[in-house]
Design a protein around this ligand. Sequence first.
Ligand code: SF4
Length: 281
Amino acid sequence: MEKPIFNVVSFSGGKDSTAMLLKMIEEKMPIDCILFCDTGLEFPQMYEHIDQVERETGYKIMRVKGEYSFEHWMFEKEISRREDSSILNKYEADVKGYGWAGPKMRWCTKELKDNPRKRFLDCWKPFYEIRYYVGIAADEQYRLERKNNQKKNHVHPLVEWGMTEEDCLKYCYDRGYDWGGLYKYLKRVSCWCCPLQSLEELRMLRKHFPALWEKLREWDRRNFRQFKEKYSVEELEVRFRFEEERTSEGKPIKGKEFMNKLREKFAILREAEASGEAKNK
Ligand code: SF4
């Protein structure tokens, strides 16, 4: 016997999935569940936005979470590693947690988004055929090419409607959703502490969300992995401060001369860190 369809809207709270949801409601499309995987790492404005959507649409948003917090996975979780693991060779043998995620090891996506989503959907699968609505914009065709987005039961209404990322933002703004101004600073809104963000996004984080930036510095000091391939958070702090100095002097913040001076500053930072560590021993 054919199972009935269960229509699940994948909702991150960002401009694309918000536009998709609002238009689905306007078009009176069937919605059985709006699913938000909460990493605990959204900007406060994003949590307010999600509450606003819930309040104003009258639809309940199902929030699912991972078994443990991001901090627990990053610093505390006992991870069984192979004996020849590069981490065991490079760092202390008893190092705990995953450390910062990287482009090839997005453990947080798996533990805080994919697994909770799967656990939730698996409960419904014996009884329903899941139809999963994903907010990929019409100008993000490259995302559609990913294997994960080619599943038979996935639907991409924004592509069908021809709505680009810009259209989605405007659509939401026109309906009174502005995320407390988040999209004025950030092109993409995801976890505030994501190491995969661009330098520009991190500049904005430091400038407009100083408390979160301080938290990022603290987490980085405790981390066994470097935040970004080329920078620790402390080095980014040095770089951004230096950029501000140079800008106020009317000097360029890129090019060979800038980078050479920046490297000198990093060398000073490393010396200070090394002597600080020596003192603490
Ligand atoms: S956005 Fe970044 S920090 Fe958040 S889950 Fe994805 S990879 Fe991890």
